[in-house]
Write a protein that binds this ligand. Sequence first.
Ligand SMILES: [Zn+2]
Length: 176
Amino acid sequence: MSASYVLVLNASYEFLNVATLERAVKLIYKGKAEVVETVDREIGSARFRMRMPSIVRMLYYIVRPHKEVPMTKKNILLRDDHTCQYCGRSGDTIDHVYPRSRGGRSTWENCVCACSVCNTRKNSRTPDEANMALLRKPKKPAFIPWILVKRDASRVGWAKYLFWNMSIDEVLQQDG
Ligand SMILES: [Zn+2]
């Protein structure tokens, strides 16, 4: 299991953020957060040892800032499950639905994962012109943790603090 991320809860036990392990340990060390759940592993140095946190809780309330998911190639591929949005096979390239060569922008709504075959075939055409229908309408994810949660699936104990029974599709749809 990957150990890179820790779920951070607000003082109210509501979901706040996802932090790196290093950042979470600093919060605990400085007395800003407490450990809620750990995984069965020790971390630290000779002077300072602790069980690796999986969930921490802030000891004071944080007013939650509005978060946006960074629009990156990696995140588009994660959103689309590395699945070509035209043929459903595995894909690792980005297609601009409305072609970039014709002014199509690099936005969540205009970029999809595509396999290289479909990407080449579609070329500088719209899906209509190329007669290539999208499997689903591309949307902007609601907030960043869903990308992180996807990347770091099944962390210990996270489920009860997240809407874990929802698929990423449902979360994406909420945004639209
Ligand atoms: Zn394809």
